[in-house]
Design a protein. Sequence first.
Length: 270
Amino acid sequence: MSAFEVVIGIDYSGAQTPTSRLPGLQVFATRPGQPDREKWLSPTRSNNNRPVNWTRSEIADRLLEEARSGRRFLAGIDHCFSFPFSYFERYGLTNWPEFLDDFVRHWPTHLDNVYVDFVRDGLIHRELGGPSPEDRAGGSDEFRITERWTSSAKSVFQFDAQGSVAKSSHAGIPWLEWLRDEAGNRLHFWPFDGWEPRPDKSVVLEIYPSIFRNRYERDHRTADEQDAYAAACWMADMAARGALADYFAPPLTDYERAVADCEGWIFGIR
């Protein structure tokens, strides 16, 4: 579990469009057992050659590039990878790949110039046709098991609230399917592809930086930078201590694990 060449923390944002440059998108990387923490910058530069903010599409491209590079990485992304089991039951979904296909049909937030709010308001449905997002909704009182095991995680259906992950999740989930399609068998999406990743695959998982944020000095970083930094640092620290295996195997009952096979799990919650 410690044989990752690089560990990546990604703080996510669901604002605006997939090609919008957002200060809420931040990426930090480090190596287990090494003190250096590198802020990864967007590959694009401004007209005067200055760094610019990431876009969601660029982050997906960078993860695909890493997957194709051959070096094994562990990447934690700060948004939900799936929805509560009540959602699966309500819409007749039986597994995560099926959920991804169904979600993207109703919430095509990976398309250029598409805001999450455009889909929520029905604008995309009216202009492009296809399934209505109203057919795939939920209530703010619906939680995954992993969220109930925390003191502060919010429902993926709770929009427009401080600390909400709803918008970032609805914007980010289509890019997970895109990565699965493009990277083939190079990536292991935890825990959906199995609770114990194979040693020859890079791992992409959901993380909740608020858990680790205060363990690391902020040192003039913005709040979004700190979340990406803390996520990368914590995962690298656990790898260096030989403790990652414990977090890949949270103490769940057989029923809880079967539900989490669909709902997913926040890495670090035990």
